[in-house]
Write a protein that binds this ligand. Sequence first.
Ligand code: FAD
Length: 670
Amino acid sequence: MNNTTNSPLNQYREKASFDWRALRTFLQSDDDPQQNRFYDELRKHPTLLSKSSITPSQEDLKRMASKHLLDLIDIRKKLTREMSASGAKVNVTGPSSSMRHGQSFDLFASSVAKLGTERHQEFCRKGDAGEIIGTFALTEVGHGTNTKSMQTTATYDRDTKEFIIHTPNFYSAKCWMGNLGKKATHIILYAQLIMPDNKNHGLHAFVVNVRNPLTLLPYPGISITDIGEKIGLKQLDNGLIMFNKYRIPKENLLNRLADVNDDGVYISTVVNPKLQFANSLSMLSTARVNIAGFCTEYMRYGITIAIRNASVVKQRLPENGRDLPILENPAHQIRLTPCLALAYVGHVVFGYLAAIQSQFTSITDEDVLINLGNEYHALSSAAKPVSSWLIRDFMKDCKEICGSHVYLTISEMEEIYGEVEPSSNYEGDNYVLTQQCANFLLKLWPIVMRGGRIDFPLSSVNFLSNAKEILKCKFTANNTADFVQPENILTCFQWLTCYLLKETFEKQQLLGKSETNPFWIKNNSQVYYCRALATAYILTFYIDRFRQIISNTADIATKTVLIKLLSLYGVWNLHNYVHYFYQGGFAIGAEFGHMIENVILKLCMDLKDDIVALVDAIAPPDFLLNSVFGHSDGHIYERLESTITHTPETFSKAKWRGDVSEWKYQLSKL
Ligand SMILES: Cc1cc2nc3c(=O)[nH]c(=O)nc-3n(C[C@H](O)[C@H](O)[C@H](O)COP(=O)(O)OP(=O)(O)OC[C@H]3O[C@@H](n4cnc5c(N)ncnc54)[C@H](O)[C@@H]3O)c2cc1C
């Protein structure tokens, strides 16, 4: 934090029940020293942070974003060299750069590494070094989730030992790839692999060099266009690509799972299909966890602005006729504090989920690896939709909470919201993902019914072994103090997951009596069942993980405030599912519903004096947040005045003012 002497926020900082620095230290991850080095480097690249108060043209936005990408590549190279001795991972994501950056480095290079073999290592090296700019091409104009019907083909030519890539029609053009519109030189292309005997072996991944790296012009046989202006992510050049019998070397098939030999024979290299499947799932899961993680990052940005703003903006409250910060108003607290709880739980749990990714390479036991791959896939398939939906809704609230000034682009809220909003769509549509998570859970229910033991490495479903006992639980809390105990909240969520799993399973059994096609059975049990089940499961996991992480702190004040946040997070989310507790007989009468409402109000009030210090502990540095309303010194009106008066455009006279006089003159003649 910068100098905060005389900050209006200090009135709250002084009242905090804990030391925010101690909390910040407790929350630090192993990556923090690298993150701080990254910030040092960012400060040296002012172009990466400077922002115009006037929205640049589409072309300029994309030009600047591309320059930022190259600057980030430079920083990454420098940090990688510095840290190579320690082998540490250099995580150089930050606001408004994470998407562009992630597309190029993490998705392209890591997918080539996972799908390819030795012969593709050079692509990974060049991708990591920024010598090539890559992207991931799966979606077609007419086929998104429906991957089985994709029509782009890669036909093997035995004579030349090449694949011929072809787009038969506009419907099958690959579209939406980030970086492709203007600059990507390489793509990971998913196409139907056709052998000389015309046999279609289904979708396979290929690396395709689509542009000349020096001129950035597409090669003959390839047409690339930018898909145009979008809602959000305006600086990202999403593209559309079509191939006209374009040839690539046979070696560009990413051949970890299957290959084609020189004689044109298709060979599957899968030894253990279950293991292979779990490996493929883990690759998809990594990208999804990363998306949920960066949405959570943005939530930290949004809530920092909203809370610092609410602690300064004043309202006349009926107390001695004085103006008090709007934060004092319970109606305001109830809108802000659950957002903060969400940011905290996400911040902590996604650190944990991201760290799991490194375990995949160190586990040698195949059974453990299969279970871990499947469990991680279920977690990521629920975490990405549930987090991105919750965060999108809360971010919308954050905007409203701040009032009119936040609609100025200098607040940064527009950019933050614009980055979060589309994440419900890409890397797997949210709705479809919740089905995938539910499928995993539904397979476990017959084992539970037989009295079998559920044992998975991350323990996210192990409580299901006790489902029969859990389902007998009833609402018994005598007072709010009992009710807010994390153990009690966890029991409520475990009950909810067991109940929804049982209900969804029985619903599908019932549907199966009149319908044999699993597709219709799944879709007819989506609303109220599969989606709610996946949500309850991931919320149970978040609560349990956060609870365990809190137990690692010995500092009583830190622990107490974190438990309050956890309780608020839990009860706030329970609030949306109250009807299931009545349907399933967990609760009878009005008391349970009233208790939830009272507890939410009480926790929001209890946390009021801690809220600024809680933000300080997770807030991004001021230079990175770069918001007039979110600065740690809280001088929002001074900054607003300075920004408005120092923006040359605000004082410029309209070039078209002559037109107005002309129109007025003409009107007066009528
Ligand atoms: C900003 C952005 C960046 C992107 N980047 C990339 C990229 O780099 N590479 C890439 O390949 N793609 C990318 N995409 C595309 C994205 O992955 C697809 O849009 C996504 O997979 C969904 O496909 P679709 O849009 O065709 O929708 P569809 O799959 O056609 O879905 C349309 C609607 O139908 C619903 N639906 C579909 N199937 C089912 C089902 N079985 N049950 C219930 N409901 C269903 C969906 O929920 C959705 O509401 C990007 C998209 C965006 C917005």
